[in-house]
Write a protein that binds this ligand. Sequence first.
Ligand SMILES: [Cu+2]
Length: 139
Amino acid sequence: MMDPMRRRWLRVLMVTGLLAGLLVPVGAQTEQVVEVTIKDFAFLTKQAPLQLNVPTLILVRNTDDIRHDFGSTMFQRTMTRAESGGVIPYGRGIEGVYLDGGKEASLRFIIERPGRFEFKCSIHPQMKGELLLLTAGTV
Ligand SMILES: [Cu+2]
């Protein structure tokens, strides 16, 4: 038989553990991933609405034969880690990444402020897209 004092402590520990689990923000452990495919001079996106203050990874895949660019003014005010063709710029003020035909690139950052997340290809001005952000009302 377990003495009541000890049982009570176990219970306290269990509850504390559960609470700790709940209090850890999801964003501290996971990344929200957005896949963007470039095909026939267009951006195709697959995503759930992006949450603010959660690490975000955008994976861009260029399936065309020619060079494109994935750029957004969002990166200019956000610390961003980009990776494309072995080049890994990091910091604020990154405009975007260039992708040669058949290549992939990734961008990691945290969206800290609400607003529209629009992106474009600077080489082909008709190529534009937008990512959905959760608005304050839906959080
Ligand atoms: Cu382009």
